[in-house]
Design a protein around this ligand. Structure first.
Ligand SMILES: Cc1ncc(COP(=O)(O)O)c(C=O)c1O
Length: 280
């Protein structure tokens, strides 16, 4: 969106790694900076950004802050209370919660921004249909209970993967070893249902995502059913040449609402099968 739609129109972007957005952001801002756009936890690397620190630095430079809160949801993280000016969500994910709707929304507590967004929405026509709105509203009724179960299941899966000999590294903010753990513990109620992990090679990653039986091989995330995918070839293939490209040996999980033990068994069996088929 930024590089292929807005850059050709004359907008300029500077891409920063997550670590620099929380601390050290000020030195990248000047009087021309209008917006600091961030996402936390990030897709697909689960980096965590200190929203309050980013908002303080952005506001000191006269810029506004937009936070993509899709991974966390409003149940786990409330960026407006941490200083953000606008929060955006893909309602396709946890808010809808059942992988049966495509949508999004922006929230703000600034009346001037709200009025401008409303005008743009009316003028440009980016308006969701009534049935899509109904599906999202129905999904939101169970958001809290679903998120609690997503978090509980993800925690079990992350811990088991972290101790698995064929897993190089687990990226989950709920693990105390995660570099963003402390910030996440401060600004989130819990750590969410998304986990990424690194295996030995791209071949092993491609092999593994085809071996699970409960985790379905699919893009998207945040639904009741668990999903597994290979970001470098699927969700993030279009950013393969970008500075923030997904590592080729990375696997992303959207941990669903099934039994956590079944999910762990499924991954462990798939790790055995993918090892066997790589050796064959
Ligand atoms: C963090 C995040 N923001 C925004 C989007 C865009 O969502 P949609 O597919 O509803 O346009 C996605 C989709 O994967 C996402 O993961």
């Amino acid at each position: 969106m930024f590089s292929q739609v807005y850059e050709p129109k004359g907008y300029e972007f500077t891409w920063l790694p997550a670590a620099e957005l929380g601390g050290g952001l000020a030195e990248h801002l000047d009087e021309r900076t209008r917006i600091v756009w961030l996402e936390t936890p990030t897709n697909p690397l689960l980096n965590v950004i200190d929203i309050r620190a980013a908002a303080d630095a952005a506001h000191a430079a006269g810029a506004m802050v937009v936070v993509d809160n899709t991974f966390a949801t409003p149940y786990l993280q409330r960026p407006l209370e941490l200083g953000a000016d606008i929060v955006v969500h893909s309602t396709t994910k946890y808010l809808g919660g059942h992988s049966d709707v495509v949508g999004g929304f922006a929230a703000t507590n600034d009346p001037t921004v709200a009025e401008r967004l409303q005008f743009l929405q009316k003028s440009l026509g980016a308006v969701p249909g009534p049935f899509d709105c109904w599906l999202v509203l129905r999904g939101i009724k169970t958001l809290a209970v679903r998120m609690r179960q997503h978090c509980e299941n993800a925690h079990v899966v992350a811990l088991r993967l972290a101790h698995h000999p064929r897993v190089e590294q687990v990226l989950y903010p709920g693990l105390p070893t995660h570099p963003g753990h402390e910030i996440a513990a401060r600004q989130m109620r819990d750590f969410g249902g998304m986990i990424s992990f690194l295996v030995e090679s791209e071949d092993e990653a491609v092999n593994l995502v085809a071996q699970t039986k409960i985790f379905q091989l699919a893009e998207s995330l945040g639904g009741a059913e668990s999903l597994i995918e290979h970001p470098a070839r699927m969700t993030h293939a279009s950013t393969a040449d970008a500075p923030f490209a997904a590592p080729k040996n990375l696997i992303r999980l959207s941990v669903g609402l099934e039994s956590a033990e079944d999910l762990v068994d499924d991954l462990e069996a798939a790790l055995v099968r993918s090892t066997a088929s790589a050796g064959a």
